[in-house]
Write a protein that binds this ligand. Structure first.
Ligand code: FES
Length: 80
């Protein structure tokens, strides 16, 4: 069964916390919960994804973002 919204997994393990995952989550929610993306994404906080050297780590669909930034993620989302 396909989920109606794309899932965005955000690691909230200790290394990702140190690397600013909370601030990243806050900015991402602001960006992706407003037009034109409103209602398209669901945010899921996860425990450590075992890629701590690349913190902060996020996942959209099947794409991993190492050293994730809002810009990188928005660029990926805009790709057709
Ligand atoms: S704390 Fe985020 S990958 Fe380990």
């Amino acid at each position: 069964m396909k989920h109606p919204r794309k899932l965005v997994f955000i690691c909230t393990g200790s290394d990702c916390k140190k690397s600013g995952c909370k601030q990243l989550t806050k900015v991402l929610k602001e960006e992706l919960c407003s037009a034109p993306f409103k209602g398209q994404f669901k945010f899921v906080k996860t425990k450590c994804l075992d890629m701590c050297k690349s913190a902060p780590v996020t996942i959209i669909g099947d794409h991993f973002f190492k050293k994730a930034t809002v810009e990188k993620m928005k660029e990926y989302i805009k790709k057709p």
